[in-house]
Design a protein around this ligand. Structure first.
Ligand SMILES: Nc1nc2c(ncn2[C@@H]2O[C@H](COP(=O)(O)OP(=O)(O)O)[C@@H](O)[C@H]2O)c(=O)[nH]1
Ligand SMILES: [Mg+2]
Ligand SMILES: [Zn+2]
Length: 352
């Protein structure tokens, strides 16, 4: 079946989700613009709106997001979105200002490219945090260090991150000069969905254009960007690459907090510390001040970087704090539903 939807990964998704939908009633969200959507359908990309039921859904997370597979009702040359199909992954961050509110960046993603400039943008701790958050969300992280053309000592920087973030692919590229783009293209598998994240100005849109082989995304002109507010978008846009992969460009996603249940993701990122901790005297050692701690011993003997240890402890306490808040919320939800059930059982009417 040569269908527009297959270009955007429908066969892959349908194998996972085993849905029973008519192909004419399906779409994938390309971009979100408040309550208006660009929806990829079997007939091409059309405008979509959500039904009242979705629009007033109690949980904003239930609203369609870039990357979502949705059920649609074609209507004139547009469509109405009636249902969001289950997501196999969600990339979210804590919303700025509201400490523990999640903001969804994109969904149904297999892998992410963290794009970081080797210039002033370079920040190894930030990379660690992003890798952790991605592992946590079940999204494979890849690191792309961009703008190699601008600096001489990039090999040192790469060695530094390779030491701190093992088991993650790292490539140094120049999106602007088409340097290393083939290496990136070789990482891309057909039907899989990728997302680009990183600071504004890191070169994400430049990379998309290089991979597409044509200018599909506007990029920032450094001289122009000063003073004038040139497209400071927060859009996420989805593209079909020539090789059959799907890629989402994001803007303004410099950093995001940890998602749920981070313990495992942290262990994966800091695999050196995890390995060492197997030799700690206490099984539940927190590696802070316990006697017989193999992690602290390794630092003392110069076998483990104190910097790495510091970010591990920081990340762990942030994650524990966050998990506690989420646990509380979930418990509240449970308590409420119990209350409602008891009210039904005893036929209690609420009086206001
Ligand atoms: N020197 C250099 N500049 C780059 C490179 N990649 C992107 N840029 C420039 O960085 C600026 C921001 O790029 P853009 O793709 O808009 O960044 P985005 O905000 O991450 O999408 C633009 O002026 C690009 O030309 C690169 O590899 N080397
Ligand atoms: Mg951009
Ligand atoms: Zn220990």
């Amino acid at each position: 079946m040569n269908n527009q939807l297959n270009t955007y990964g429908w066969q892959y998704y349908n194998q996972l989700a085993e849905t029973q939908h008519n192909i004419n009633e399906l779409g994938r969200i390309r971009t979100v613009n408040k309550t208006s959507y660009e929806v990829i359908t079997s007939d091409g990309t059309i405008k979509g709106e959500v039904t009242g039921k979705l629009l007033f859904a109690a949980d904003p997370e239930e609203m369609p997001q870039t990357g979502d597979w949705v059920r649609i009702m074609p209507f004139d040359s547009q469509c109405i979105i009636t249902e969001v199909l289950p997501r196999f992954s969600t990339l979210a961050r804590k919303e700025a200002g509201k400490k523990y509110e999640k903001q969804i960046i994109a969904v149904n993603i297999n892998q992410a490219f963290i794009v970081q400039g080797l210039d002033r943008d370079f920040n190894s701790r930030r990379l660690e945090r992003m890798v952790t958050a991605l592992n946590d969300a079940g999204i494979t992280p890849n690191i792309l260090l961009n703008k190699v053309d601008l600096i001489d000592d990039f090999e040192e920087k790469i060695a530094e991150i390779k030491g701190n973030i093992p088991n993650t692919s790292i490539h140094a590229i120049s999106a602007l000069n088409n340097n290393g783009i083939d290496d990136v293209a070789n990482l891309l598998e057909p039907e899989q969905t990728y997302v680009l994240i990183g600071s504004s100005g890191a070169g994400k849109s430049t990379l998309i254009n290089a991979l597409m082989g044509e200018k599909v995304q506007p990029t920032k002109n450094t001289s122009e960007a000063v003073g004038k507010g040139v497209h400071t978008t927060t859009r996420r846009e989805l593209f079909a690459l020539p090789n059959g992969s799907i890629i989402i460009d994001t803007a303004g996603v410099r950093e995001f907090g940890l998602a749920l249940d981070s313990a495992e993701a942290i262990a994966e990122t800091f695999s050196d510390i995890s390995t060492l901790s197997e030799e700690c005297y206490y099984n539940d050692c927190t590696h802070v001040n316990e006697p017989g701690c193999a992690v602290i011993k390794a630092i003392e003997e110069g076998r483990l970087s104190p910097d790495l240890y510091d970010s591990y402890i920081k990340l762990k306490s942030e994650s524990e704090h966050y998990s506690a808040t989420v646990q509380e919320k979930k418990q509240k939800g449970k308590d409420l539903s119990k209350l409602v059930r008891n009210m039904k059982r005893y036929n209690i009417k609420k009086r206001y």
